[in-house]
Ligand binder design. Structure first.
Ligand code: S3P
Length: 172
């Protein structure tokens, strides 16, 4: 599976709750590669939480910072990189990822996503009157774009190890 990366990063894309961080971390450890999460890196360099960044600077500024952080991370050699749900949607970031890395979409249905995100109130985009409807609207808007990723794996609630095995098989 490492060979197909050919020195590139594997970039996990997909909606909030798709399991990009958890599956990414486990995949990295199975492949003995470093793992990095773009949201964590953004929080580290800005010394602010994603929520505060959205609130203080707005989504556009956040996207600009996200694009810069991902552009830098992609050049750091083979690793597993999980990205925030909107990263691959931004045209510039998507073009860069498509050109320089291997992308994998973790595809999940609304009930799976909702079951995972409803427990935590850390996502600024879901601070709406009806967060489940917002999530569904994001699915409708973004799924055709995520489908442009090089690879796709279903992220179901069948056990994390099963999903990781499927990721590794897809890479093999
Ligand atoms: C976002 C997803 C979040 C985070 C930010 C915006 C999005 O990341 O980057 O709240 O636009 O979908 P996760 O997908 O890791 O929750």
């Amino acid at each position: 599976a490492r060979r197909v990366l050919d020195g590139r990063c594997l970039v996990l894309v997909g909606l909030m709750g798709a399991g990009k961080s958890v599956i990414g971390r486990m995949t990295a450890s199975r492949l003995d590669l470093p793992f990095v999460d773009s949201d964590h890196e953004i929080e580290r360099v800005s010394r602010m939480s994603i929520g505060d960044l959205f609130e203080l600077y707005g989504e556009d500024e956040f996207r600009a910072l996200e694009a810069r952080v991902i552009a830098r991370l992609i050049e750091t050699g083979p690793r597993i990189l999980s990205t925030g749900g909107g990263a691959f949607i931004a045209e510039r970031t998507r073009a860069l990822v498509k050109e320089r890395a291997l992308s994998l979409w973790l595809d999940a249905d609304i009930e799976t996503l909702w079951g995972r995100v409803k427990r935590r109130d850390t996502r600024p985009l879901l601070r709406t009157a009806d967060p489940k409807a917002t999530l569904q609207a994001l699915m409708d808007e973004r799924y055709p774009v995520y489908a442009e990723a090089d690879l796709a794996v279903q992220s179901r609630d069948v056990g994390k190890h099963v999903v990781v095995d499927e990721v590794l098989e897809t890479l093999a």
